[in-house]
Design a protein around this ligand. Structure first.
Ligand SMILES: [Zn+2]
Length: 151
């Protein structure tokens, strides 16, 4: 795809440097379906100076909080967040892997209590960031795959 012009937004959040092809997963993790009424623009596989390709998501009229966004670090570790007010970037930060993942990913142990019929929210603790190692607080299983277990 040739360079795509990303038009500026007046107020809201721009999530930039998303791993190419992951924008829809990012929206899913953020719980944004389009039914909320916000204007959401998704640009996938656009050229970037730093990386070869990236995705960009713009959400108009809504400033996402760091704790809402940090969970996307699991699938888009290099994503940057720009908070826009009146066409200016007022805050810019990188996503960070949170200490605890609550209700974000399922435990990979099928016998874990969090995977049984009981309505228990899965809670996974991050024990190492590089490499990423995550442990279930219920059964103690260290997860080998997080991305495919995202809720
Ligand atoms: Zn478990």
């Amino acid at each position: 795809m040739k360079e795509l012009k990303i038009t500026p937004i007046k107020d809201g959040t721009v999530i930039d440097h998303i791993t190419a092809g992951s924008a829809l997963k990012v929206l899913r993790i953020l719980g944004i379906t389009g039914e909320e009424g916000y204007t959401v623009s998704v640009a996938m596989n656009v050229t970037s100076k730093k990386e070869s390709l990236k995705d960009v998501v713009k959400i108009e009229g809504r400033e996402l909080k760091p704790e809402e966004i940090n969970k996307i670090s699991l699938i888009a570790p290099r994503a940057t967040i720009n908070i826009i007010r009146d066409y200016n970037v007022v805050k810019k930060y990188r996503v960070q892997i949170p200490d605890v993942l609550e209700g974000i990913a399922k435990c990979e142990n099928p016998n874990c209590i969090s995977n049984q019929r009981e309505p228990i929210q899965p809670v996974l603790k991050v024990i190492s960031r590089n490499p990423l190692r995550i442990k279930c607080v219920y059964c103690g299983r260290v997860q080998s795959q997080v991305e495919k277990n995202l809720i």
